[in-house]
Design a protein around this ligand. Structure first.
Ligand code: GMT
Length: 377
């Protein structure tokens, strides 16, 4: 099939899921067209069956805001016509579902009826999308998509609670490609550059937005390192990074914290980690937690949103109420204080992550595409 994928090309979870999905579809022989404003960070455009079409927004002095939706919908129309794209799969409602709807209407003028699959990822519903500034357009775009998917049962509930939805919503979880992690687990997981032999490595990966509660990551680590020799790896970048650095200085733990910035080598970092922290205010699924588990790293997380669908209490890690850093720290110490216990948690996290292996998830998307193409969805 010829599938157009629209996503954010950045390090955010929705872009990562969209990119990995496109790569997996291309590996199965589908022709995949990424249509976005930059090359997605995890995408290798030289791969077979993969195409990237850049959406370019011309600067013009009259524009206070650049009209990206307009440029995107025009580009979608052009690419669908040029490459005979059969399905548009848009990730993150704002503004992608809206631009896709406009493209669909424009294509109708040329006698083309392109089906739209919209995947909702989280903050497009829970934080941004339900804001009165966007709500009407988001609700309209969801209701006018041909198929709507969400990444967890929790996000489905939130979508139905916050919007007046007339469509069926299918849950398709985030996924993991194990090959990439298994190679590292069995070969070059080198920790010597980052920590001493007797130190535990704790990591956090995010885009450092307020929703990730970066200060809680530091508060938890601060309590843990008082009891257990440990290093904290902070991976990613975003608005909360300065505040995090300040807090670390205030607490006097700067020698124990390493900021690694944005990187595409997450699996290498995760495979040398002993514990992953994700105390988010809300998390529709928590792809970072799943990636950690796939690398045999147990997770200490909040219990918000879809995290309980990923992290299993007392098995793959522990979950606490948002902001309960005391309990999170105690649970972290419980896992880290004993080698045998840590190994059990690592193994269980790895085993549970297999529920979300790409082999289980990809066919669910393909099934949707096939049904749409055959006109029975
Ligand atoms: O929160 C992020 O890091 C980015 C955000 C996005 O939309 O780009 O991620 C959301 O989508 C991911 C993939 O489906 C989910 O795993 C994340 O839980 C979700 N983030 C939130 O709900 C805060």
């Amino acid at each position: 099939m010829k599938i157009g994928i629209v996503c954010y090309p950045t390090y955010g979870g929705s872009g990562v899921v969209a990119t990995e999905l496109g790569i997996a579809l291309a590996n199965k022989g589908h022709e995949v067209h990424f249509i976005t404003y930059n090359q997605p960070v995890r995408l290798n455009v030289l791969s077979k069956n993969i195409h990237f079409h850049e959406v370019f927004v011309e600067e013009y002095p009259l524009f206070h805001y650049q009209p990206y939706e307009l440029a995107l919908s025009s580009k979608l129309v052009a690419m669908v016509k040029l490459f005979d794209i059969e399905i548009l799969h848009v990730h993150y409602a704002i503004p992608h579902a809206y631009a896709a709807y406009m493209a669909k209407q424009m294509l109708k003028e040329d006698g083309i009826d392109i089906p739209i699959v919209t995947t909702l990822h989280g903050t497009d519903i829970t934080l941004v999308g339900s804001h009165p500034n966007y709500k009407t357009a988001v609700e309209f775009s969801i209701n006018n998509s041909d198929v709507v998917t969400v990444v967890s049962e929790s996000l489905k509930k939130d979508t139905l609670r916050l919007f007046n939805i007339r469509k069926e919503i299918k849950v398709i979880y985030n996924f993991i490609e194990f090959e990439r992690y298994d190679v590292l687990n069995t070969t070059n997981c080198v920790r010597a550059n980052l920590a001493d032999e007797d130190e535990r490595i704790i990591s956090h990966i995010s885009n450092f937005r307020p929703v990730k509660r970066i200060q809680d990551v530091i508060e938890v680590f601060y309590r843990v390192q008082k009891k257990i020799k440990a290093k904290l790896l902070m991976v990613g970048d975003g608005p909360e990074r300065d505040g995090a650095e300040k807090k670390i200085m205030e607490l006097g733990i700067e020698s124990k914290v390493v900021f690694l910035g944005n990187t595409t080598e997450l699996n290498k970092i995760l495979c040398l980690s002993d514990l992953f922290l994700l105390p988010s205010f809300t998390e529709s699924f928590g792809l970072a937690a799943l990636e950690a588990m796939a690398a045999k790293t147990p997770v200490i997380s909040s219990n918000s949103g879809g995290l309980p669908e990923v992290n299993v209490q007392g098995v793959t890690g522990f979950l606490s109420d948002v902001g309960n850093v005391e309990e999170m720290a105690n649970n972290a110490i419980y896992i880290l204080e004993d080698d045998a216990k840590l190994q059990t948690f690592k193994q269980k996290a790895y085993e549970h992550a297999h529920t979300f292996s790409i082999e289980n998830i990809l066919p669910q998307y393909e099934c949707i595409y096939r049904a749409l193409k055959e006109g029975c969805c």
